[in-house]
Design a protein around this ligand. Structure first.
Ligand SMILES: Cc1cc2nc3c(=O)[nH]c(=O)nc-3n(C[C@H](O)[C@H](O)[C@H](O)COP(=O)(O)OP(=O)(O)OC[C@H]3O[C@@H](n4cnc5c(N)ncnc54)[C@H](O)[C@@H]3O)c2cc1C
Length: 217
């Protein structure tokens, strides 16, 4: 039970961290009547991992619980003003429904578990072939670049042979954009679509001499 009503300099709850999670906890507890204090080692709220976020709002995750939480979060982002229970004076982040595309890779078992979670939770998706991807996202490079290389490697940025064969498109996906951020230039394929190439790029055989370490082909 909240106890701080008569002691304004005291707090009911001290939350370590003022990233998106710590701030969301503070908001929820404040709504329940608790007086909260976020403490953070960094100079301001959101300076940790939160400041690095690419602002992708997606509903595909590797665990059922994570997927369910992301789906709930998707609806909160979609109704951001209502979630915050505040007026929008033009400063709230914009929710831009782009859909999100995740590639099918051998190392991800071609998204088998992700799709099982989506089926269980009623999250819609479409299978996209390589042709569909390049048709929808002109300029998208499906070449395989695995294994990852450091920037001082002579072959950094060079394809290693093979290509991705397809992906899964989730219409319920978005990006959020700060109200005061400049818009993306037009024609900026994957950013405009909110498409997210996985870090685990791998490939299926298309003539490579040595299989990459992720790929069973
Ligand atoms: C490059 C990158 C891109 C990402 N892109 C996306 C994306 O597009 N979409 C998405 O949904 N997620 C994305 N994420 C993940 C997302 O940013 C994180 O999951 C999320 O920000 C984590 O929030 P958090 O509050 O738990 O952590 P943080 O934002 O890191 O907050 C934790 C805070 O706790 C403080 N802290 C920790 N220990 C102490 C201590 N002992 N004393 C005082 N302070 C302490 C830290 O200083 C920090 O400020 C991305 C992450 C990265 C790194």
């Amino acid at each position: 039970m909240p106890t701080s009503n008569e002691t304004p300099n005291r707090h009911d709850v001290i939350i370590i961290g003022a990233g998106i999670i710590g701030c969301a906890i503070a908001l929820s507890m404040t709504r329940k009547g608790y007086k909260t204090l976020n403490v953070d080692a960094l100079p301001a709220a959101g300076y940790g991992s939160t400041s690095s976020s690419a602002a992708v709002i997606r509903t595909y995750y590797s665990t059922r619980d994570g997927t369910a939480m992301a789906l709930e979060g998707y609806h909160d982002w979609k109704n951001w003003q209502a979630y915050l229970e505040t007026e929008d004076a033009g400063e709230l982040a914009h929710f831009i429904e782009t859909g999100t595309l995740v590639m099918k890779t051998a190392s991800d078992n071609y998204q088998k578990h992700v799709l099982e979670h989506a089926d269980a939770l009623g999250i819609p998706y479409e299978h996209w072939s390589a042709d569909r991807i390049t048709q929808e996202l002109p300029g998208y490079n499906l070449d395989c670049f695995a294994p990852a290389k450091t920037m001082d490697d002579d072959d950094f940025g060079m394809p290693t042979g093979g290509a991705l064969q397809g992906g899964v498109f989730f219409p319920a996906g978005a990006t959020s954009r700060s109200a005061n951020r400049r818009p993306q230039p037009e024609g900026c394929g994957s950013q405009a679509w909110g498409a997210v190439p996985l870090q685990d790029q791998d490939c299926q055989d298309s003539g490579r001499e040595q299989p990459c370490h992720r790929c069973s082909h």
